[in-house]
Design a protein around this ligand. Structure first.
Ligand code: C5P
Ligand code: MG
Length: 317
């Protein structure tokens, strides 16, 4: 018996010397300061110079402290058994939690934010295409025929840029001039607010939105679908650069836009190819892209848009 006790004690001494793990776990679990857990240690360190404070008399010893202390051996085994049972229970609990499926009723497991609008009530179509592809023109047609709300991300950003007191004004201005993408938090928030306004004004929670010029980057797509509303499909206007460049330069004569000039147009094209085309490709793999050739004149393009949309969505989408 005394041999077993001595062996057990030796094993615990070794464990305490080699690791500080259990104390560290306790500190993590109970968030208590180190000193409040130290009473468990003195028995193992009565001879340790490195930890002299553990040998102070106010700490209770849980082992015999030496081969001559026969009477205290009785206290050692209950402690070992409680510790062993506790450890085994703890390990079992952790392993069980690892293998358990998430409990759908447990509120602590719900970390995914719910989109602000349900696709059961709100239909969202993203409208993409290079700068000058004619997105705005075609959206205007769809608004009159299908009662869409038309929200242009670029228009919302330009309005925010001009709003007195906006903390994002200068940032937006710089991005637009450089043809760069504005940080997605700004654009997604502007869109969500505009959607909420439109729905409030219409007095019905059912609504259709054309979100024009968005998402221009994958992070915008993920964020919007996560926090605002999942999109039904992407209407993509495909157009060669030379055609788009001609249209933009023509528009630049009267638009007053800071980015309708040759240098900004070049940067916008690069951003479109490098950052926005991957968004179109992503949704294409999901089977959500309706692609339209945007080279012909607007009336012809619209015929194609209408036909393909109705084909994909049916009359009562
Ligand atoms: O769509 P539009 O050509 O009006 O966009 C103008 C500019 O607004 C873009 O070149 C870009 O700087 C910014 N923008 C953005 N993210 C969007 C849409 C526009 O950063 N989703
Ligand atoms: Mg536009």
């Amino acid at each position: 018996m005394s041999v077993a006790v001595a062996a057990g004690r030796q094993a615990w001494r070794q464990l305490a010397r080699n690791t500080g793990t259990s104390a560290a776990i306790r500190r993590t679990i109970f968030s208590l300061p180190k000193s409040q857990h130290s009473p468990f240690r003195p028995a193992f360190n009565t001879t340790s110079k490195a930890l002299p404070r553990f040998s102070q008399p106010q700490y209770r010893s849980y082992s015999s402290g030496g081969s001559s202390g026969g009477g205290t051996q009785v206290k050692f085994w209950p402690f070992v058994m409680v510790l062993a049972a506790g450890s085994a229970g703890w390990v079992l609990l952790i392993n069980r939690q690892k293998t358990m499926p998430p409990n759908p009723q447990a509120t602590t497991t719900i970390t995914k934010p719910t989109p602000a609008f349900s696709p059961a009530h709100v239909t969202v179509l993203f409208v993409l295409g290079g700068p000058g592809a004619g997105k705005g023109t075609q959206c205007a047609n769809l608004v009159s025929d299908f009662k869409f709300h038309h929200l242009s991300a670029g228009d919302l950003l330009r309005a925010e840029q001009e709003r007195p007191g906006s903390q994002y004004g200068q940032l937006i201005k710089d991005c637009i001039k450089d043809g760069a993408i504005v940080p997605m938090e700004v654009t997604v928030a502007l869109l969500e607010n505009a959607m909420a306004d439109a729905i409030a004004r219409s007095g019905s929670r059912k609504a259709r939105f054309l979100i024009d010029g968005f998402p221009r980057k994958m992070d915008q797509a993920f964020e919007f679908e996560k926090v605002v509303c999942p999109a039904k499909l992407v209407l993509f206007f495909d157009c060669p650069e030379e055609v788009m460049e001609g249209r933009l330069l023509e528009r630049g004569k009267t638009s007053g836009r800071a980015d309708d000039n040759a240098e900004s147009i070049r940067k916008r094209f690069r951003t479109f190819i490098e950052t926005s085309m991957p968004v179109v490709e992503y949704y294409d793999k999901e089977g959500k892209v309706v692609k339209v050739d945007a080279t012909p004149k607007p009336t012809e393009v619209y015929e194609d848009v209408k036909r393909k949309l109705l084909e994909k969505l049916g009359e009562n989408f």
